[in-house]
Ligand binder design. Structure first.
Ligand SMILES: Cc1ncc(COP(=O)(O)O)c(C=O)c1O
Length: 391
C-alpha cells in the first residue's frame, strides 16, 4: 500500500462538541482508530516469534522511505539513538564541534555528548524558534579560530514541527565543509520546498515517542537519509557494529534496534497519518486566524510547512495566563522553560555572551492543545478563553 502523508481518504476523524473536555494530546481517541489492526499485528508477531528484526522492521523502513521520499530509512530504538548513531557513523567524536540550537529538548545535546563530540550552542531566530543562521556562522568562525576543536557538523532542530531553515543552513554547511544532521524528532509531516522532513537534509533523526506526530506505543525512532551508503553503516551500528552475518564487530556500535512490535504499531499509525495531519493543519489554521495580531505566533520561513507537533505562542505574562487557562479547563504546556546552556549538565558549554533569544523564548513560550482529535469547536473554545485572558 502506498502511503500518502497528505491524506488518508478512508480515515474519518470524529468531531466532538465544543464543551467536550480538552486534552493537550489525545492518544485514547487515536487508539479507537487503530486498536483492532494493532491487536491483529500483535497476534501475528506472537505467532512468528521474530520479536527482533522481524518482517515488520523492513516493512516500516520501506514505508517511511516511500512516504517521505527519503532514499532509505533505518528504524532505531529512540529519537535519541537516531541522532547519536549518525554522529558515530560519520566518525565524529572527541575534538569535533557540533552546532546545535540552545533552545531544544535536552536529547539534542545529549546525543552530541554521547558521541564524544562537543556541543556548540547557537541562538535561535525569535520568529521561527529555530536555529539563527547569523549566529551559526558567527559560532562556526569562532570555532575555526580555535586549535582544540574542529567545526564538523550542524544539527538543526525542527522545533514544534517547523523545519529549520535548511536552504540557508545547507549553504553555510557547504561553505565551511560541515555535515548536516537534522533533528526532526518533532517534525514528521513537516515540509520545506515541497520535500517532506526526512528528504530535506542528508540525514534526519526522528522520534516515535507516543505523543510525537508519528508516535508508537513505547520508544522508537528512525533515521531517514538521502544516502544509501550511510544507511548500511547505520544498520551495522544498530546491531553492535557487526558485519552482515551479525557476528564480528567491524566498528563500534550499540543496540539501536526498534522492536518488531513497535515497527508494526508505527506502520498502522502511518496508515492514518494523512488524515491526522489534515486535522492538525485545520486546527492550526483556526489558531492562526484567531490569534494573529493578538499574540506572537511561530512564523514559518518561505517554503516551509509546519508539521504541528505542537502549536506554540509567545506570552509575556505566561505563567499567569497558563494558570487562568487551566482554571477554565484548557491544558497547556511549556517547551521549554530552561534553555540548554542554563542546565547543569551542559553549563560547561554555555557561550560567554549567553543566548538572548533562547533565554527570552524560555520565558515566553506557551504550547496550546494540538492534536488531530481536537474539534474545530474545541479549537475555537481554546481561542475564546485565551483571547479573554490576554486582554
Ligand atoms: C527535539 C527532540 N530531539 C530529540 C528527542 C529524543 O527523542 P526520544 O525521546 O525518542 O529519544 C526529542 C524527544 O522528545 C525531541 O523533542
Amino acid at each position: 500500500m502506498t502511503i500518502d502523508l497528505s491524506h488518508s481518504p478512508d480515515v474519518v476523524i470524529p468531531q466532538v462538541d465544543a464543551d467536550a473536555p480538552i486534552q493537550f494530546f489525545d492518544l485514547t481517541a487515536q487508539q479507537k482508530l487503530v486498536r483492532e489492526k494493532i491487536e491483529k499485528r500483535f497476534t501475528t508477531i506472537l505467532d512468528h516469534g521474530r520479536h527482533i528484526g522481524g518482517p515488520e522492521v523492513d516493512e516500516l523502513e520501506q514505508k517511511l522511505a516511500q512516504a517521505t521520499g527519503a532514499v532509505d530509512a533505518v528504524a532505531v530504538g529512540s529519537g535519541t539513538q537516531a541522532l547519536v548513531m549518525p554522529l558515530i557513523a560519520l566518525g565524529y567524536g572527541h575534538g569535533d564541534a557540533v552546532f546545535i540550537p540552545g533552545f531544544t529538548y535536552n536529547a539534542t545535546a545529549n546525543a552530541v555528548l554521547l558521541a564524544g563530540a562537543t556541543p556548540v550552542f547557537v541562538d535561535i531566530d525569535p520568529k521561527t524558534f529555530n536555529m539563527c543562521h547569523i549566529d551559526l556562522e558567527r559560532k562556526i568562525k569562532a570555532v575555526k579560530a580555535r586549535r582544540d576543536l574542529t567545526a564538523s557538523a550542524i544539527m538543526p532542530v525542527d522545533l514544534y514541527g517547523l523545519p529549520a531553515d535548511y536552504d540557508t543552513i545547507q549553504g553555510i554547511a557547504d561553505m565551511y565543509k560541515l555535515r548536516v544532521i537534522a533533528d526532526g524528532a518533532q517534525a514528521f509531516g513537516g515540509k520545506q520546498n515541497g520535500k517532506w522532513v526526512g528528504a530535506i537534509a542528508e540525514i534526519t533523526g526522528t522520534s516515535f515517542y507516543p505523543t510525537k506526530t508519528l508516535g508508537g506505543y513505547g520508544d522508537g525512532g528512525a533515521i531517514l537519509t538521502t544516502d544509501t551508503e550511510i544507511a548500511d553503516v547505520l544498520r551495522s551500528i544498530r546491531w553492535h557494529g557487526t558485519d552482515n552475518q551479525r557476528k564480528l564487530s567491524v566498528r563500534v556500535g550499540i543496540n539501536g534496534r526498534c522492536d518488531s512490535i513497535q515497527c508494526a504499531v508505527v506502520s498502522e499509525k502511518l496508515a492514518i497519518f494523512g488524515a491526522e495531519r489534515t486535522r492538525r493543519l485545520a486546527i492550526a489554521k483556526i489558531y492562526d486566524e484567531r490569534l494573529k495580531g493578538v499574540v506572537p505566533l511561530q512564523e514559518a520561513q518561505a517554503g516551509a510547512e509546519n508539521g504541528y507537533g505542537l502549536y506554540t505562542i509567545r506570552v509575556e505574562n505566561r505563567d499567569a495566563v497558563r494558570a487562568a487557562l487551566q482554571e477554565e479547563g484548557i491544558p497547556t504546556a511549556v517547551y521549554y522553560d530552561t534553555p540548554l546552556h542554563k542546565m547543569q549538565a551542559f553549563a560547561t558549554y554555555a557561550p560567554v555572551d549567553g543566548l538572548a533569544a533562547c533565554e527570552k523564548a524560555a520565558n515566553e513560550s506557551l504550547s496550546i492543545p494540538m492534536h488531530p482529535y481536537l474539534s474545530d469547536a474545541q479549537a475555537n473554545r481554546v481561542c475564546d478563553v485565551l483571547v479573554k485572558h490576554l486582554q
